[in-house]
Ligand binder design. Structure first.
Ligand SMILES: *Cc1c(COP(=O)(O)O)cnc(C)c1O
Length: 452
Protein backbone atom coordinates (compact mmCIF):
# COMPACT_ATOMS: atom_id res chain seq x y z
CA UNK A 1 0.00 0.00 0.00
CA UNK A 2 1.21 3.48 -0.89
CA UNK A 3 0.41 6.62 1.07
CA UNK A 4 -0.37 9.95 -0.59
CA UNK A 5 -0.46 13.50 0.74
CA UNK A 6 -3.76 15.40 1.04
CA UNK A 7 -2.05 18.26 -0.81
CA UNK A 8 -0.90 16.12 -3.72
CA UNK A 9 2.63 17.50 -4.04
CA UNK A 10 4.59 14.73 -2.32
CA UNK A 11 5.44 11.47 -4.09
CA UNK A 12 3.57 8.46 -2.68
CA UNK A 13 5.48 6.62 0.08
CA UNK A 14 5.34 3.12 1.54
CA UNK A 15 3.98 2.66 5.06
CA UNK A 16 7.30 2.77 6.93
CA UNK A 17 8.47 5.91 5.15
CA UNK A 18 5.10 7.64 5.67
CA UNK A 19 5.32 6.79 9.39
CA UNK A 20 8.93 8.01 9.64
CA UNK A 21 8.10 11.24 7.76
CA UNK A 22 5.04 12.26 9.82
CA UNK A 23 3.96 15.50 8.15
CA UNK A 24 4.28 15.38 4.34
CA UNK A 25 6.88 17.84 2.93
CA UNK A 26 4.12 19.70 1.02
CA UNK A 27 2.43 20.47 4.36
CA UNK A 28 -0.27 17.84 3.85
CA UNK A 29 -1.16 14.69 5.78
CA UNK A 30 -0.69 11.14 4.58
CA UNK A 31 -3.62 8.90 3.67
CA UNK A 32 -3.76 5.43 2.15
CA UNK A 33 -3.94 5.66 -1.66
CA UNK A 34 -7.04 3.46 -1.63
CA UNK A 35 -9.27 2.29 1.20
CA UNK A 36 -9.66 -1.50 1.37
CA UNK A 37 -13.14 -3.00 1.66
CA UNK A 38 -13.47 -5.10 4.81
CA UNK A 39 -17.19 -5.83 4.49
CA UNK A 40 -16.67 -9.46 3.48
CA UNK A 41 -14.14 -10.14 6.27
CA UNK A 42 -16.32 -9.09 9.20
CA UNK A 43 -17.66 -12.59 9.85
CA UNK A 44 -14.24 -14.11 10.26
CA UNK A 45 -13.00 -11.21 12.43
CA UNK A 46 -15.65 -11.67 15.11
CA UNK A 47 -13.73 -14.22 17.19
CA UNK A 48 -10.31 -12.53 17.12
CA UNK A 49 -8.56 -11.13 20.19
CA UNK A 50 -7.60 -7.45 20.16
CA UNK A 51 -3.99 -7.97 18.95
CA UNK A 52 -5.10 -10.56 16.37
CA UNK A 53 -7.68 -8.15 14.98
CA UNK A 54 -5.16 -5.31 14.96
CA UNK A 55 -2.72 -7.44 12.97
CA UNK A 56 -5.38 -8.48 10.44
CA UNK A 57 -6.40 -4.87 9.99
CA UNK A 58 -2.91 -3.39 9.70
CA UNK A 59 -1.41 -6.00 7.38
CA UNK A 60 -3.33 -4.50 4.44
CA UNK A 61 -1.62 -1.14 5.07
CA UNK A 62 1.84 -1.98 6.44
CA UNK A 63 2.67 -4.07 3.39
CA UNK A 64 6.40 -3.24 3.55
CA UNK A 65 6.79 -4.96 6.94
CA UNK A 66 7.00 -8.78 6.77
CA UNK A 67 3.85 -10.29 8.36
CA UNK A 68 5.79 -12.12 11.10
CA UNK A 69 7.54 -8.91 12.12
CA UNK A 70 4.27 -6.95 12.05
CA UNK A 71 2.61 -9.59 14.20
CA UNK A 72 5.39 -9.29 16.78
CA UNK A 73 5.16 -5.47 16.76
CA UNK A 74 1.39 -5.53 17.26
CA UNK A 75 1.63 -8.29 19.87
CA UNK A 76 4.11 -6.26 21.93
CA UNK A 77 1.96 -3.12 21.70
CA UNK A 78 -1.06 -4.39 23.64
CA UNK A 79 0.60 -6.42 26.41
CA UNK A 80 0.71 -3.49 28.82
CA UNK A 81 -3.04 -2.96 28.93
CA UNK A 82 -4.48 -3.89 32.30
CA UNK A 83 -7.82 -5.25 31.02
CA UNK A 84 -7.68 -8.65 29.27
CA UNK A 85 -10.10 -7.35 26.59
CA UNK A 86 -7.71 -4.37 25.98
CA UNK A 87 -10.73 -2.21 24.96
CA UNK A 88 -13.68 -3.55 27.01
CA UNK A 89 -17.18 -2.64 25.83
CA UNK A 90 -19.50 -2.18 28.81
CA UNK A 91 -23.27 -1.91 28.74
CA UNK A 92 -24.78 0.87 30.84
CA UNK A 93 -28.40 0.01 29.98
CA UNK A 94 -30.67 -0.23 26.96
CA UNK A 95 -29.00 1.15 23.82
CA UNK A 96 -26.09 2.62 25.76
CA UNK A 97 -22.51 1.36 25.94
CA UNK A 98 -19.11 2.73 26.92
CA UNK A 99 -15.95 1.62 25.18
CA UNK A 100 -13.21 1.93 27.81
CA UNK A 101 -10.03 3.09 26.11
CA UNK A 102 -8.09 3.89 29.27
CA UNK A 103 -6.52 0.61 30.35
CA UNK A 104 -3.13 1.32 28.77
CA UNK A 105 0.00 2.39 30.69
CA UNK A 106 -0.88 6.12 30.85
CA UNK A 107 -4.63 5.59 31.37
CA UNK A 108 -5.77 7.49 28.26
CA UNK A 109 -6.73 6.39 24.75
CA UNK A 110 -3.54 7.79 23.20
CA UNK A 111 -1.76 4.63 24.38
CA UNK A 112 -3.51 2.64 21.62
CA UNK A 113 -1.62 4.57 18.96
CA UNK A 114 1.59 5.47 20.78
CA UNK A 115 2.41 2.00 22.08
CA UNK A 116 2.23 0.82 18.48
CA UNK A 117 4.15 3.81 17.12
CA UNK A 118 6.94 3.24 19.69
CA UNK A 119 7.31 -0.35 18.53
CA UNK A 120 7.27 0.70 14.86
CA UNK A 121 10.08 3.18 15.57
CA UNK A 122 12.08 0.54 17.45
CA UNK A 123 11.59 -1.91 14.55
CA UNK A 124 12.82 0.69 12.09
CA UNK A 125 15.92 1.33 14.22
CA UNK A 126 16.77 -2.38 14.18
CA UNK A 127 16.11 -2.76 10.44
CA UNK A 128 18.03 0.31 9.35
CA UNK A 129 20.68 -0.03 12.05
CA UNK A 130 20.08 3.58 13.03
CA UNK A 131 19.09 5.38 16.18
CA UNK A 132 16.21 7.81 16.53
CA UNK A 133 15.59 10.80 18.79
CA UNK A 134 11.95 11.65 19.27
CA UNK A 135 11.02 15.16 20.24
CA UNK A 136 7.69 16.67 21.25
CA UNK A 137 5.96 19.38 23.26
CA UNK A 138 2.94 18.59 25.38
CA UNK A 139 0.39 20.28 27.57
CA UNK A 140 -1.09 17.01 28.74
CA UNK A 141 -1.68 13.40 27.72
CA UNK A 142 0.36 13.09 24.55
CA UNK A 143 3.75 13.51 26.22
CA UNK A 144 3.22 10.74 28.74
CA UNK A 145 1.75 8.38 26.13
CA UNK A 146 4.69 9.02 23.78
CA UNK A 147 7.18 8.44 26.60
CA UNK A 148 5.55 5.12 27.55
CA UNK A 149 5.64 4.11 23.89
CA UNK A 150 9.44 4.34 23.85
CA UNK A 151 10.27 3.50 27.47
CA UNK A 152 13.62 1.70 27.62
CA UNK A 153 13.64 0.86 23.90
CA UNK A 154 17.21 0.38 22.62
CA UNK A 155 18.32 2.81 19.93
CA UNK A 156 15.75 5.43 20.91
CA UNK A 157 15.63 8.50 23.13
CA UNK A 158 12.66 10.75 23.77
CA UNK A 159 12.68 14.43 24.73
CA UNK A 160 9.38 15.92 25.88
CA UNK A 161 9.06 19.63 26.58
CA UNK A 162 6.27 20.78 28.87
CA UNK A 163 5.44 24.09 30.54
CA UNK A 164 6.77 23.89 34.11
CA UNK A 165 3.97 24.22 36.66
CA UNK A 166 1.26 24.16 34.00
CA UNK A 167 0.48 20.47 33.60
CA UNK A 168 -1.45 18.57 36.26
CA UNK A 169 0.70 17.04 39.05
CA UNK A 170 -0.30 13.50 38.01
CA UNK A 171 0.47 14.18 34.36
CA UNK A 172 3.87 15.51 35.36
CA UNK A 173 4.58 12.45 37.50
CA UNK A 174 3.80 10.21 34.54
CA UNK A 175 6.58 11.95 32.62
CA UNK A 176 9.21 12.47 35.31
CA UNK A 177 9.02 9.24 37.34
CA UNK A 178 9.69 6.62 34.68
CA UNK A 179 13.18 5.74 35.92
CA UNK A 180 14.31 5.05 32.33
CA UNK A 181 17.52 6.47 30.95
CA UNK A 182 16.22 7.15 27.44
CA UNK A 183 13.49 9.51 28.70
CA UNK A 184 14.11 13.24 29.11
CA UNK A 185 11.26 15.32 30.50
CA UNK A 186 12.21 18.98 30.02
CA UNK A 187 10.32 21.42 32.24
CA UNK A 188 10.35 24.61 30.23
CA UNK A 189 10.35 27.98 31.91
CA UNK A 190 7.34 29.42 30.02
CA UNK A 191 4.00 28.51 28.49
CA UNK A 192 3.06 25.65 26.19
CA UNK A 193 3.33 28.04 23.25
CA UNK A 194 6.90 28.97 24.26
CA UNK A 195 7.80 25.27 24.31
CA UNK A 196 6.04 24.71 20.99
CA UNK A 197 7.80 27.65 19.35
CA UNK A 198 11.23 26.49 20.54
CA UNK A 199 10.45 23.09 19.08
CA UNK A 200 9.40 24.54 15.73
CA UNK A 201 12.67 26.39 15.50
CA UNK A 202 14.66 23.24 16.27
CA UNK A 203 12.75 21.26 13.62
CA UNK A 204 13.30 24.12 11.18
CA UNK A 205 17.06 23.54 11.42
CA UNK A 206 17.34 20.87 8.74
CA UNK A 207 21.03 20.15 9.44
CA UNK A 208 20.47 19.55 13.15
CA UNK A 209 17.38 17.52 12.41
CA UNK A 210 19.21 15.17 10.05
CA UNK A 211 22.34 14.94 12.20
CA UNK A 212 20.37 13.74 15.22
CA UNK A 213 17.73 11.80 13.29
CA UNK A 214 14.96 13.77 15.00
CA UNK A 215 11.38 12.67 14.67
CA UNK A 216 8.32 14.59 15.90
CA UNK A 217 5.58 13.33 18.18
CA UNK A 218 2.32 14.85 16.99
CA UNK A 219 -1.23 13.88 16.39
CA UNK A 220 -1.01 13.63 12.62
CA UNK A 221 1.09 10.47 12.12
CA UNK A 222 -0.83 8.07 9.86
CA UNK A 223 0.09 5.11 12.09
CA UNK A 224 -1.84 6.75 14.93
CA UNK A 225 -4.99 7.08 12.84
CA UNK A 226 -4.83 3.47 11.59
CA UNK A 227 -4.16 2.07 15.08
CA UNK A 228 -7.29 3.87 16.27
CA UNK A 229 -9.53 2.34 13.59
CA UNK A 230 -9.07 -1.03 15.29
CA UNK A 231 -11.01 -0.36 18.52
CA UNK A 232 -14.04 0.86 16.57
CA UNK A 233 -14.01 -2.42 14.66
CA UNK A 234 -13.44 -4.43 17.84
CA UNK A 235 -16.38 -2.71 19.58
CA UNK A 236 -18.66 -3.04 16.53
CA UNK A 237 -17.96 -6.79 16.37
CA UNK A 238 -19.00 -7.15 20.02
CA UNK A 239 -22.40 -5.50 19.65
CA UNK A 240 -25.53 -7.66 19.32
CA UNK A 241 -26.10 -8.23 15.59
CA UNK A 242 -29.46 -6.45 15.68
CA UNK A 243 -27.76 -3.29 17.00
CA UNK A 244 -24.71 -3.17 14.74
CA UNK A 245 -26.17 -1.16 11.86
CA UNK A 246 -27.87 1.33 14.19
CA UNK A 247 -24.81 2.32 16.17
CA UNK A 248 -23.59 5.86 16.66
CA UNK A 249 -20.12 6.25 18.17
CA UNK A 250 -19.99 9.27 20.46
CA UNK A 251 -16.45 10.64 20.51
CA UNK A 252 -14.86 13.23 22.83
CA UNK A 253 -13.09 15.29 20.18
CA UNK A 254 -10.14 17.65 20.03
CA UNK A 255 -7.89 17.34 16.98
CA UNK A 256 -10.39 15.08 15.17
CA UNK A 257 -7.91 12.17 15.10
CA UNK A 258 -10.06 9.78 17.08
CA UNK A 259 -13.37 10.33 15.30
CA UNK A 260 -11.65 10.42 11.89
CA UNK A 261 -10.38 6.88 12.52
CA UNK A 262 -13.96 5.68 13.08
CA UNK A 263 -15.20 7.44 9.97
CA UNK A 264 -12.41 5.91 7.84
CA UNK A 265 -13.42 2.47 9.11
CA UNK A 266 -16.98 3.16 8.00
CA UNK A 267 -15.62 4.08 4.55
CA UNK A 268 -13.91 0.66 4.52
CA UNK A 269 -17.24 -1.13 4.49
CA UNK A 270 -18.17 -1.46 8.18
CA UNK A 271 -21.87 -0.56 8.46
CA UNK A 272 -21.86 2.06 11.23
CA UNK A 273 -24.82 4.46 11.33
CA UNK A 274 -22.92 7.52 12.42
CA UNK A 275 -20.62 9.49 14.68
CA UNK A 276 -21.17 12.26 17.16
CA UNK A 277 -18.39 14.83 17.39
CA UNK A 278 -18.52 15.85 21.06
CA UNK A 279 -16.46 18.95 21.83
CA UNK A 280 -15.85 20.88 25.01
CA UNK A 281 -16.18 24.67 25.07
CA UNK A 282 -13.46 24.89 22.41
CA UNK A 283 -16.06 24.17 19.82
CA UNK A 284 -14.64 24.86 16.34
CA UNK A 285 -15.81 21.42 15.15
CA UNK A 286 -19.24 21.73 16.74
CA UNK A 287 -19.72 24.98 14.84
CA UNK A 288 -18.44 23.42 11.62
CA UNK A 289 -20.78 20.45 11.79
CA UNK A 290 -23.79 22.55 12.72
CA UNK A 291 -23.27 25.58 10.45
CA UNK A 292 -20.74 24.67 7.74
CA UNK A 293 -18.37 27.41 8.88
CA UNK A 294 -14.85 26.50 10.02
CA UNK A 295 -13.56 29.46 12.02
CA UNK A 296 -10.68 29.77 14.53
CA UNK A 297 -11.34 31.17 17.95
CA UNK A 298 -9.13 31.75 21.02
CA UNK A 299 -8.54 28.67 23.17
CA UNK A 300 -10.28 28.76 26.55
CA UNK A 301 -8.62 26.32 29.00
CA UNK A 302 -11.17 23.79 30.22
CA UNK A 303 -11.77 20.90 32.60
CA UNK A 304 -11.13 18.57 29.63
CA UNK A 305 -7.67 19.92 28.72
CA UNK A 306 -6.77 17.31 26.10
CA UNK A 307 -9.58 18.70 23.94
CA UNK A 308 -8.44 22.33 24.24
CA UNK A 309 -7.56 22.99 20.63
CA UNK A 310 -7.74 25.97 18.34
CA UNK A 311 -7.78 24.16 15.00
CA UNK A 312 -8.32 20.43 14.51
CA UNK A 313 -5.14 19.20 12.84
CA UNK A 314 -6.66 15.97 11.49
CA UNK A 315 -9.62 17.73 9.88
CA UNK A 316 -7.62 18.10 6.65
CA UNK A 317 -7.89 14.35 6.12
CA UNK A 318 -11.68 14.49 6.20
CA UNK A 319 -11.58 17.58 4.02
CA UNK A 320 -9.68 15.64 1.34
CA UNK A 321 -12.57 13.18 0.98
CA UNK A 322 -15.18 15.94 1.34
CA UNK A 323 -13.86 17.78 -1.71
CA UNK A 324 -13.87 14.64 -3.85
CA UNK A 325 -10.20 13.69 -3.26
CA UNK A 326 -9.03 16.77 -5.11
CA UNK A 327 -5.67 17.96 -3.64
CA UNK A 328 -5.91 21.29 -5.50
CA UNK A 329 -9.18 22.02 -3.68
CA UNK A 330 -7.59 21.00 -0.35
CA UNK A 331 -4.73 23.45 -0.95
CA UNK A 332 -7.21 26.18 -1.86
CA UNK A 333 -9.37 25.64 1.25
CA UNK A 334 -6.35 25.43 3.58
CA UNK A 335 -4.80 28.57 2.06
CA UNK A 336 -8.03 30.55 2.44
CA UNK A 337 -8.42 29.29 5.98
CA UNK A 338 -4.84 30.24 6.83
CA UNK A 339 -5.28 33.72 5.37
CA UNK A 340 -8.71 34.60 6.78
CA UNK A 341 -9.00 32.34 9.83
CA UNK A 342 -12.21 30.90 8.47
CA UNK A 343 -13.75 29.00 5.59
CA UNK A 344 -17.42 28.57 4.81
CA UNK A 345 -18.42 25.40 3.02
CA UNK A 346 -21.37 25.50 0.64
CA UNK A 347 -23.43 22.33 1.03
CA UNK A 348 -21.05 20.90 3.63
CA UNK A 349 -21.64 17.18 3.61
CA UNK A 350 -22.16 16.22 7.22
CA UNK A 351 -23.89 12.95 6.47
CA UNK A 352 -23.33 10.46 9.29
CA UNK A 353 -22.04 13.20 11.66
CA UNK A 354 -23.89 14.84 14.49
CA UNK A 355 -22.27 17.21 16.97
CA UNK A 356 -22.56 18.37 20.57
CA UNK A 357 -20.74 20.93 22.69
CA UNK A 358 -20.22 20.96 26.44
CA UNK A 359 -19.10 23.92 28.53
CA UNK A 360 -17.16 23.69 31.80
CA UNK A 361 -20.28 24.76 33.66
CA UNK A 362 -22.04 21.60 32.45
CA UNK A 363 -19.31 19.04 33.18
CA UNK A 364 -19.86 18.48 36.95
CA UNK A 365 -23.63 18.02 36.47
CA UNK A 366 -23.04 15.39 33.79
CA UNK A 367 -20.55 13.50 35.98
CA UNK A 368 -23.20 13.53 38.76
CA UNK A 369 -25.98 12.39 36.44
CA UNK A 370 -24.02 9.44 35.02
CA UNK A 371 -22.92 8.41 38.49
CA UNK A 372 -26.46 8.60 39.87
CA UNK A 373 -28.24 6.87 37.01
CA UNK A 374 -25.63 4.24 36.07
CA UNK A 375 -23.27 3.97 39.05
CA UNK A 376 -20.46 4.79 36.62
CA UNK A 377 -17.75 7.45 36.96
CA UNK A 378 -16.63 9.30 33.82
CA UNK A 379 -13.62 11.60 33.45
CA UNK A 380 -14.26 15.20 32.26
CA UNK A 381 -13.47 14.37 28.58
CA UNK A 382 -15.86 11.46 28.51
CA UNK A 383 -18.43 13.59 30.37
CA UNK A 384 -18.49 15.96 27.39
CA UNK A 385 -19.60 13.04 25.22
CA UNK A 386 -22.53 12.31 27.54
CA UNK A 387 -23.93 15.80 26.97
CA UNK A 388 -26.51 14.52 24.46
CA UNK A 389 -27.29 10.91 23.69
CA UNK A 390 -29.60 10.34 20.71
CA UNK A 391 -32.52 8.21 21.94
CA UNK A 392 -33.32 6.68 18.54
CA UNK A 393 -30.03 4.87 18.11
CA UNK A 394 -27.55 2.63 19.88
CA UNK A 395 -24.83 4.80 21.39
CA UNK A 396 -21.28 3.69 22.08
CA UNK A 397 -19.53 6.42 24.06
CA UNK A 398 -15.75 6.34 23.83
CA UNK A 399 -14.27 6.75 27.33
CA UNK A 400 -10.94 8.38 26.52
CA UNK A 401 -9.35 8.74 29.97
CA UNK A 402 -9.55 7.17 33.39
CA UNK A 403 -11.38 9.30 35.97
CA UNK A 404 -8.40 8.70 38.29
CA UNK A 405 -6.38 11.14 36.16
CA UNK A 406 -8.73 13.97 37.19
CA UNK A 407 -9.37 13.41 40.92
CA UNK A 408 -10.13 17.07 41.75
CA UNK A 409 -12.89 17.48 39.15
CA UNK A 410 -14.52 14.18 40.10
CA UNK A 411 -14.32 14.89 43.81
CA UNK A 412 -15.90 18.31 43.35
CA UNK A 413 -18.75 16.74 41.36
CA UNK A 414 -19.65 13.62 43.37
CA UNK A 415 -17.56 13.73 46.56
CA UNK A 416 -15.58 10.63 45.62
CA UNK A 417 -11.88 10.82 44.79
CA UNK A 418 -11.06 8.10 42.27
CA UNK A 419 -7.62 6.48 42.49
CA UNK A 420 -5.64 4.04 40.36
CA UNK A 421 -2.80 1.78 41.53
CA UNK A 422 -0.57 2.87 38.61
CA UNK A 423 -0.90 6.51 39.66
CA UNK A 424 -0.48 5.74 43.36
CA UNK A 425 2.75 3.88 42.59
CA UNK A 426 4.16 6.96 40.86
CA UNK A 427 3.79 9.03 44.00
CA UNK A 428 6.59 7.15 45.75
CA UNK A 429 9.07 7.20 42.86
CA UNK A 430 11.95 9.65 42.42
CA UNK A 431 11.39 12.61 40.15
CA UNK A 432 13.91 13.22 37.38
CA UNK A 433 13.14 16.42 35.55
CA UNK A 434 15.35 18.86 33.73
CA UNK A 435 14.51 22.53 34.08
CA UNK A 436 15.38 24.49 30.99
CA UNK A 437 14.83 27.95 29.47
CA UNK A 438 12.48 28.12 26.47
CA UNK A 439 15.55 28.93 24.40
CA UNK A 440 16.13 26.84 21.27
CA UNK A 441 19.93 27.08 21.69
CA UNK A 442 19.77 25.68 25.24
CA UNK A 443 17.39 22.90 24.19
CA UNK A 444 19.54 22.04 21.19
CA UNK A 445 22.58 21.81 23.46
CA UNK A 446 20.71 19.48 25.81
CA UNK A 447 19.72 17.22 22.93
CA UNK A 448 23.28 17.23 21.63
CA UNK A 449 24.63 15.84 24.91
CA UNK A 450 21.84 13.31 25.54
CA UNK A 451 20.82 12.04 22.10
CA UNK A 452 21.47 8.48 20.97
C1 LIG B 1 -6.29 13.56 23.06
C2 LIG B 1 -7.53 13.34 23.84
C3 LIG B 1 -8.81 13.61 23.30
C4 LIG B 1 -9.00 14.20 21.92
O1 LIG B 1 -8.68 13.30 20.88
P1 LIG B 1 -8.50 13.82 19.37
O2 LIG B 1 -7.97 12.67 18.61
O3 LIG B 1 -7.52 14.97 19.46
O4 LIG B 1 -9.85 14.26 18.88
C5 LIG B 1 -9.93 13.31 24.08
N1 LIG B 1 -9.80 12.81 25.34
C6 LIG B 1 -8.59 12.56 25.89
C7 LIG B 1 -8.54 12.03 27.28
C8 LIG B 1 -7.41 12.80 25.16
O5 LIG B 1 -6.22 12.53 25.73
Amino acid sequence: MKFISTRGQTPALGFSDAVATGLAPDGGLFLPETLPDFSRDLGRYAALSYPELCFEFLRGFATDIPPAALKAIVGASYTRFADPAVAPLKSLGKNLYVLELFHGPTLAFKDFALQLLGNLYAHQCRERKETINVLGATSGDTGAAAIYGLLGKPGTAIFILYPDGRVSPLQERQMVCTGEENVFALAVDGTFDDAQNALKEIFGDQGFRTQHRLSAVNSINIARVLAQCVYYLYAWLRLPVAEQANVEFVVPTGNFGNVLAGWLLQQMGVPIRGFKVATNQNDILYRLFTTGEYRVDAVRPSLAPSMDIQVASNFERFLYYSVGRDPARVREVMATFKQHGSYTFENFNRATFSASRCTDAEVPGIIQRIHRSHGYIVDPHTACAFKEISPDRVSVVLATASPAKFPETIKAAIGIEPTHPALEALKTRPIVKHRIKADPAKIRAFIETHSV
